[in-house]
Design a protein around this ligand. Sequence first.
Ligand SMILES: [Zn+2]
Length: 207
Amino acid sequence: MKIVFLLIILSVISKELIFAQKIENNINDIIIDSQLTFEEAIKGTKAPKDVIENLVLLDVVYYSTDDKLHRGQLVIHKDTKADIESIFRLMLQNKFPVGKVIPIVKYKWSDDASMEDNNTSAFNYRNIAGTDRLSNHSFGKAIDINPFFNPVVHKDGSRNPEKAKYDTTKAGTFYQSHYIVQEFLKRGWRWGGIFSSYADNHHFDKP
Ligand SMILES: [Zn+2]
């Protein structure tokens, strides 16, 4: 009886050790998607000095669609840092796939190019598409996650990016009861998927 008990304990311990070792190996094999300095990450922005002063560059770790650990970066408003860190931790624990996380400077500040590439990003000093009003992205208080998996869907059914499909059964895609959407809402963020004008499914902001 004692031997059986001992064997069970040993098997539990070894499973834990194997799991810890696996994570350790993954950390060593981490794929770097972005490794910019703050100056590089904001180079060429039209944002005024007082806006830039409130921005921070945050390193984030996530499983990408290749099922491997990646490290990327976000430029965000300093007041959103704690929320974004918690949400990325939650996504990592649940292996929620995030395509890539690269500051939008790498796409020459083109929101369309970044969305087309399924890139997750936050700060971009720009207007709301189709308006002359500044977007919350201008202050780093909005984040777009997996935009190709979560396109904007207009009332007539057209999408942006145009070729993107919105399939809520696919991992990395949001819908209202999704735990990540709920986590954002709980923290006082809005989810663009329930905006009245059009469904901005990749967009979260905290004005
Ligand atoms: Zn957005």
